[in-house]
Structure formats: structure tokens, C-alpha cells
Design a protein around this ligand. Structure first.
Ligand code: UD1
Length: 427
């Protein structure tokens, strides 16, 4: 297993382009299951999770190519066996989102239960409730969710998809993709408003779907009989962009993140402003401005919420940033109950962090000191790398395969910004 070795302490400087959004690409690939024609997706990042989803499509009989320049062509001609087994679904939770498209197109589907993960209990009750409302009969057999549409196919319905923490991105996508091929009108309420949902809806509309309201809490879908192929360019990855902006902020350097959509990061940028981090922004870029080494950021509280609130996928990175701020920050996680694996690793760098219920209490200190760290989840690992960039001495982040799930060649991009970071194999 690879590790990242970082010699910290240099302010970063330079330009980093934003890759296509992982979370958007994954669902665009599942949308390819809704048509026998080719779906061409551009700006696709070369990530482990993307290859996992491609593997699932191929397992279902699809022909998928990943061409240089980030172009994926997916053609799922005939699906003889609409099954996504455990060994594929367990690698990545988003695989469960093939259920809706498969039952809509094939009338039946069998997809392994995704199970829990290090972020805490992650149920799929809302996915199931939504598909049942469209008429699917859902049972559990041998750890798989088995869905069967009524003889005439799924039927549009009025469905509330809210969750205890607000809304579910995955359930919204799963049910939306089923509703586009259902008969009649569906009104999906309490849905997620994330930019990745809007991107998916725009692609589905190009495929012939009739969808209104994506990006708002109510989506109205008029079912159609069939969808056709299309070409779609994926939106920039707001979480990757936010991570590199944090790299600029934490090192006090000048990092220009290009090709992003600052409007997708409004709550994060607002927090950055409140922390006193100087930055400039344009239509499609954000640039952190240099700060003197004695010029500390101000402790700033954040609470994660569904979009447009502060994203849970930037919570860990924010904790790293606040470990060096002046004062005590409260970072409250409202989406995933156990998303705190990074705290114990940050302690190893000397950070003063503790947890009380759903809140990380971060007491800012003047400096971190390098150590051996273990990555436990994707975004938490990025947070450890960020902390390593400012810690004195050497930081080694082990088990970096988590990072490779969501960041394309992170060490190369950080090196281009002047970081002293390298990948070594063999843990
Ligand atoms: C997606 C993102 C992930 C991000 C998360 C929240 C992808 C591939 N992943 O994950 O990076 O962190 O959104 O923005 O896009 N819930 C239920 N019942 C359900 C489904 C969800 O109670 O049936 C709850 C979850 O436990 C959680 C909340 O809803 O508390 C949000 O989860 P959800 O939006 O579904 O996350 P994912 O779609 O899995």
C-alpha cells in the first residue's frame, strides 16, 4: 500500500485546475443504464471510484471505454442479468444507485445492500421508500435488495424523500432515475439540491427526460417511454476545489484554483472570509492571498448541512485549517454521525482537538509537528495531507488508497504548487 511523505512548512504558490466532479460522474455513469444508446461523458477524472463504477456497468453487459483526455463512452446495449453483486457494491456505496435505473429499464434488479461504513450507519430506507412509492416491490434476499416493478412498469407518484438530517443525495438520484421512465407524473419532495443533482438532471434532460425543478427541494418528472444517448460535460469538483483552496489557506500561500464554480462553494468561502483568510475570486477561479507566517486565521465555527450549507465533504479539511487558527472553533457534523476519524490522527501532529457529541472542539495552536498518520476515509485523508503541508518535519500519511478514490494524482498537483510531497510504495 502506498503512503505519502510530506516535508511540511512551505507556503504553496501556483495554479491548480479543478478536475471533473467525482460524485457527479458516478451518477452520470449510472444514467447510462437508462438507455441502450451511447452516453459520452467529458471531463471525467481518472479515479479509483470511477473505475469501480465502470466495472459495474461492464458487469451488467455494458461496453465502456475511458479515453485520454477524460472521455468516457458508455453503451449498455442489452441487460440480461440486472444484478450488482456484493464484491462490487461493497467497494463503493454509490454503486447502490444502479438500483433505480435497473428496475426502471429492466423491470427487476438485484443489488447488494451497501452496508455501513466508517462515517457511521448509512441506511438506504429512503431509496427503498421512494422506489416502493413508484410501485416497485422490494424484498431482501441473502443480503441483496431485490426490486420488481409491476407488470406494466413503474408508475409516477408523489413522494417525500426527506431524511433526519435534511435530504439524501443518493436517494434523490436513485428515485429520480427510476421516475424518468415511470408512467405519468412524479412529484419528488424534500429532495437534495446539490449541484451534482442538477448536473444529473441536465444530462437526463438531454437524454429526453422531462424534469423540472432540479436544484430546488421539489422535482417534478413527467415519465417518458425511452431515453436516448447524449454527450455531457461533467461539472467541476467543488470538493476538490475546496481542498486545494484550503491548501493555500493553511500554508498562507497564493494558490489559484481555476476551472471551478465559486457559486457552488458559497458557504465554504463565507467561512473562509469569516476566518480572515484573504482571497480573491472570479467567475471560475478562487485565489488565496499570501499571509505573513505570524498572521493566524481566526477560529471560525461551521456546521455541516445539505447544500447550499457547509458541505460535510469539507468538514475534515476545515478541522485541519482550524487547528492553527487563533481561538476555539466548533465544527459540528450534522450529516454523518461518525465522521470524525481524522481527529485522532490530528492529535498525533500535536493538534488540540476533542469531540463532544456531534461537535469537534478545535483549540488552535501555533504549530503542528510531523508524524506517521493513518488515512481512514477519503476526505479525512485529504485533511491529514493538508495538515502535513504545514507541520514541521516529516509527515507520512499511510493507506492513501482512500485518497486515490477521490483525488486525481494529488501529490503531483501539490508538487506543482511547490509542496515537498512524494508517494512511496510498500507500507
Ligand atoms: C453523497 C456523496 C457524499 C456526500 C453525501 C452528503 C456521492 C457519491 N456521495 O453520499 O460524498 O458526503 O452525499 O452530501 O455523491 N440517509 C438516510 N436514509 C437513506 C439515505 C440517506 O437516512 O436512505 C441519511 C444518511 O444517513 C445521511 C444523510 O441522509 O445522514 C445524507 O446522506 P446521503 O445524501 O444519502 O449521502 P450519499 O448520497 O450516500
Amino acid at each position: 500500500m502506498d503512503r505519502l511523505v510530506i516535508e511540511g512548512g512551505r507556503p504553496l504558490e501556483g495554479t491548480v485546475p479543478t478536475a471533473g466532479a467525482k460524485n457527479a460522474v458516478l451518477s452520470l455513469l449510472t444514467a447510462a443504464l437508462l438507455t441502450e444508446e451511447e452516453v459520452r461523458i467529458e471531463n471525467v477524472p481518472d479515479l479509483v471510484d470511477v473505475h469501480t463504477m465502470i466495472g459495474i456497468l461492464e458487469g451488467l453487459g455494458g461496453e465502456v471505454s475511458f479515453e485520454p483526455g477524460g472521455v468516457v463512452r458508455a453503451k449498455v446495449g442489452a441487460i440480461h442479468d440486472p444484478v450488482a453483486p456484493w464484491d462490487l457494491v461493497r467497494k463503493m456505496r454509490a454503486s447502490f444507485e444502479v438500483l433505480g435505473p435497473l428496475v426502471a429499464r429492466c423491470g427487476r434488479a438485484r443489488v447488494s445492500y451497501p452496508g455501513g461504513c466508517v462515517l457511521g450507519l448509512r441506511p438506504v430506507d429512503v431509496h427503498i421508500k421512494g422506489l416502493e412509492a413508484l410501485g416497485a416491490r422490494i424484498t431482501t434476499e441473502g443480503g441483496d435488495v431485490v426490486a420488481e416493478a409491476p407488470r406494466g412498469g413503474l408508475v409516477g407518484a408523489e413522494i417525500y424523500l426527506g431524511t433526519a438530517s435534511g435530504s439524501s443525495v443518493g436517494a434523490t438520484r436513485n428515485v429520480l432515475m427510476a421516475a424518468v421512465l415511470a408512467k405519468g407524473t412524479s412529484v419528488l419532495e424534500g429532495v437534495a439540491c446539490e449541484p451534482e443533482i442538477v448536473d444529473l438532471a441536465q444530462c437526463l434532460i438531454k437524454m429526453g427526460a422531462k424534469i423540472l425543478g432540479a436544484g430546488s427541494p421539489t422535482i417534478v418528472v413527467e415519465g417518458v417511454e425511452r431515453l436516448e444517448g447524449t454527450c455531457h460535460r461533467v461539472i467541476p469538483d467543488r470538493i476538490e476545489a475546496g481542498t486545494y483552496i484550503t491548501a493555500g489557506a493553511i500554508t498562507g500561500g497564493r494558490v489559484r484554483v481555476t476551472g471551478c464554480r465559486p457559486e457552488h462553494l458559497s458557504s465554504f468561502l463565507e467561512a473562509l472570509r469569516a476566518a480572515g483568510c484573504p482571497f480573491e475570486r472570479g467567475e471560475d477561479w478562487v485565489e488565496t492571498q499570501p499571509r505573513g507566517s505570524a498572521d493566524r486565521l481566526q477560529a471560525t465555527d461551521v456546521t455541516t448541512q445539505p447544500h447550499p450549507g457547509f458541505p460535510t465533504d469539507l468538514q475534515a479539511q476545515w478541522v485541519s485549517l482550524m487547528t492553527l487558527a487563533d481561538g476555539i472553533s466548533l465544527v459540528t457534523e450534522r450529516i454523518f454521525s461518525e465522521r470524525y476519524m481524522h481527529l485522532s490522527e490530528l492529535l498525533r501532529l500535536g493538534a488540540h482537538v476533542r469531540r463532544q457529541n456531534q461537535t469537534a472542539i478545535v483549540e488552535g495552536i501555533e504549530g503542528l509537528s510531523g508524524a506517521h498518520l493513518t488515512a481512514n476515509d477519503l476526505r479525512g485523508s485529504a485533511a491529514l495531507v493538508l495538515a502535513g503541508l504545514v507541520a514541521t518535519g516529516t509527515t507520512e500519511v499511510h493507506r492513501v488508497y482512500h485518497i486515490d478514490r477521490g483525488y486525481e494524482r494529488i501529490e503531483e498537483r501539490l508538487r506543482a504548487l511547490g509542496a515537498n510531497i512524494r508517494r512511496e510504495s510498500g507500507d
